[in-house]
Design a protein around this ligand. Structure first.
Ligand code: PXP
Length: 239
């Protein structure tokens, strides 16, 4: 099964915001990511807009041809954005307002009623809804009942422990979670801290895997390899 690469361009916006101007040009970078083979673009507007700004998402929507994935915590402002933009996919993450970066998935059981209404509202816009969860079969099962179309499995712990020798034990919960999701008819995405060292292993051992969303490491690698070569290298890991 092919796995799509969605490039998270938040880091490009962070670099731009550091100087207040328009360098690098976020829209041009997003278009170039597509031109170089990215099959999707992910943005994660946070409440303080320290990376992607809400207005960036309107500009991106106007020019992108690949899959647009908007991820974030579903507060009022976020939901209004999603209903206006009508992205292909909306990934809901449980981030508290000021976390540095997403660091865990939803407790879907504890947030069942909250998520159920929000997912129904987003689906009305035509967007596919993906729920960011830890590699946990129970969360996958409840994600299916709450109305999600996909799960995105949080891969931070996998990535942080990838240098340890026992990779069979490390990957097992991700395999079980993906298998459970697939059996329930959910698609499977994954993301966080995936990089050129760990991505091919993850792809080879976790099925199905419909999409990975990668930002930080990919943009760092682009400093050395350039964006075009970097995207090719990441796509090669997904073959
Ligand atoms: N998926 C989610 C839900 C995220 O919040 C992030 C980071 O914004 C990513 C994937 C991408 O993580 P990374 O930048 O480590 O590749």
């Amino acid at each position: 099964m092919p796995t799509k690469l969605s490039v998270n361009i938040n880091k490009i916006a962070t670099l731009r915001n550091a100087r207040g101007g328009n360098l690098p040009n976020l829209i041009q970078v997003a278009k170039d990511c597509e031109r170089f083979g990215a099959q999707g673009i992910t943005v994660h507007p946070r409440p303080d807009e320290r990376h992607i700004r809400f207005e960036d998402v309107y500009d991106l929507k106007a020019v992108l041809h690949s899959e647009l994935n908007i991820e974030g915590y579903p507060n009022k402002k976020f939901l209004a954005l999603v209903s206006e933009i009508m992205p292909h996919q909306c990934t809901l993450v449980p981030d508290a307002a000021h976390v540095l970066t997403s660091n865990q998935g939803w407790d879907v059981v504890a947030n069942f009623d909250f998520l159920k209404d929000i997912i129904a509202e987003i689906k009305n816009t035509g967007a596919r809804v993906s729920l960011f969860i830890n590699p946990d079969e129970i969360q996958a099962e409840v994600a299916s009942r709450v109305g999600a179309d996909r799960i995105e499995i949080y891969t931070g712990d996998f990535a942080h422990n990838f240098s340890k020798p026992d990779k069979t034990t490390l990957i097992a919960p991700y395999q079980r979670c993906a298998t459970m999701a697939a059996a329930l008819g959910l698609g499977v995405n994954a993301g966080h801290d995936l990089n050129l060292d760990n991505l091919a292993f993850f792809k080879q051992h976790v099925q199905p895997l419909h999409e990975v969303s990668i930002g930080h490491a990919l943009i760092c690698d682009a400093l050395y390899f350039g964006l075009k070569k970097t995207i090719t290298l990441y796509k090669n890991c997904l073959k």
